[in-house]
Every structure is written in C-alpha cells, then in structure tokens.
Design a protein around this ligand. Structure first.
Ligand SMILES: [Zn+2]
Length: 84
C-alpha cells in the first residue's frame, strides 16, 4: 500500500478516520493527504460539521411567537374554526 492514498481512498475512509478506527499507517496517510489536498480537507470539514448541522436541522421548531398565535386565533375565529 502506498503511503499517500488517493482522493477516492481518503474520501472512502474518512468516516473511519474520524472515528479513529483505522490502523496507524492508514491514519497517517490520510492525515498527510488532508494536509496537502484542499478538496479532501474541505470534504473532511463538512463531514465533521455534519452532526451539528443535523442536530440543528432536526431540532423541533421553536414555538410560534405570541403575535402569530393571536393572528391565527383571529383568523380561525373569523372562519368559525375551533382554536388549537
Ligand atoms: Zn484529496
């Protein structure tokens, strides 16, 4: 195996690299590749940011502001629908 893996090899193994699940020689090769390759480094940064982005995207929505609830209640009252 060559010391410096290809971009394809790096991107295939990045999840395991981030988890520290690769043998030392493989980790070292990926680490070196990430220092030299801006594309893979950006890919790695995106991968590392994913849990935070997912947490934000999947978080329950904040409660509607009071003004919005009052406006909704007024519209529902005007339409004759029951209030939430
Ligand atoms: Zn690369």
């Amino acid at each position: 195996m060559k010391l410096l893996p290809s971009c394809h090899d790096v991107q295939t193994d990045l999840t395991e690299y981030a988890e520290g699940a690769l043998p030392f020689r493989r980790r070292a090769g990926i680490w070196l590749h990430l220092l030299l390759c801006r594309v893979c480094a950006a890919f790695f940064r995106g991968l590392m940011a994913l849990p935070g982005v997912s947490k934000t995207a999947l978080a329950p929505p904040e409660a509607a502001p009071d003004a919005a609830l009052k406006a909704l209640a007024a519209v529902q009252a005007a339409l004759g629908k029951p209030k939430p």
